[in-house]
Design a binder for this molecule. Structure first.
Ligand code: TIU
Length: 217
């Protein structure tokens, strides 16, 4: 069983019961012109995660271990999008509005899909979620139970929003989570730093944190 030198202490996982969970590495969050930028964010802050995560996914796949991808987005009729979420963002650049990559954060649109660099391999699960957390209104828990998964290595964007919500939810459900610091990103450097501290503080209040290079299979 690999042990990772993590914060606040060693994280040990069994390869047979661990999945890599890659959160929302979608064009709408990472590419200029997408939803993330429409909210006034600097997408370049997220793009530093792409190279380390691509390398880690290659290693993880080579070991024959499972990857689960998520995508945040909504049905074309927006019936699964709460009003307050719809009203966010600059006028005419809100969820469902036409953007550079199709309708913003709508399932089936080009911008909603995962960036080319991190495209899911055939057979890897892709979980579509309407919320920030990956458990709410999705099949994720069922997938994990059927796969016998007890631990998660977590990557993706954004650290303080969808990654945090998902890791908190996973922790409450009994999954042990190691967040890969170099493979999660925030639009805000301060939130990245504090977001990671929040996970590992208080003896690892809802998880562990380490760089992907610390994981040796
Ligand atoms: N805006 C922001 O920081 N994040 C999101 O809207 N979604 C995710 O974090 N995936």
């Amino acid at each position: 069983m690999p042990t990772v030198e993590a914060r606040p202490g060693p994280f040990t996982f069994a390869e047979t019961s661990t999945a890599l969970l890659v959160i929302d590495m979608q064009r709408d969050f990472l590419e200029p012109g997408g939803f993330g930028e429409s909210l006034g964010n600097d997408v370049s802050q997220l793009r530093r995660t792409i190279a380390p995560l691509a390398a880690f996914m290659t290693t993880w796949r080579a070991a024959g271990l499972p990857i689960i991808h998520t995508r945040e987005g909504h049905l074309p009729d927006l019936s699964d999008c709460p009003p307050a979420k719809l009203e966010r963002g600059a006028p005419s650049k809100r969820i469902g509005d036409p953007g550079a990559f199709g309708r913003i954060l709508i399932r089936g649109e080009y911008g909603h899909d995962i960036i080319d660099e991190l495209r899911p391999a055939p057979g890897e699960a892709v979980v579509d979620k309407p919320g920030k957390g990956a458990f709410y209104a999705t099949e994720l828990q069922d997938l994990l139970e059927k796969g016998g998964i007890r631990s998660l290595l977590v990557a993706g964007v954004t650290t303080e929003v969808c990654v945090h919500t998902t890791v908190r939810e996973a922790n409450d459900r009994g999954y042990e989570c190691l967040v890969l610091a170099d493979c999660v990103g925030s639009y805000f450097p301060e939130f990245q730093r504090v977001g990671l501290q929040m996970i590992a503080a208080q003896g690892g209040i809802f998880g562990w944190v380490a760089d992907s290079t610390s994981v040796r299979l």
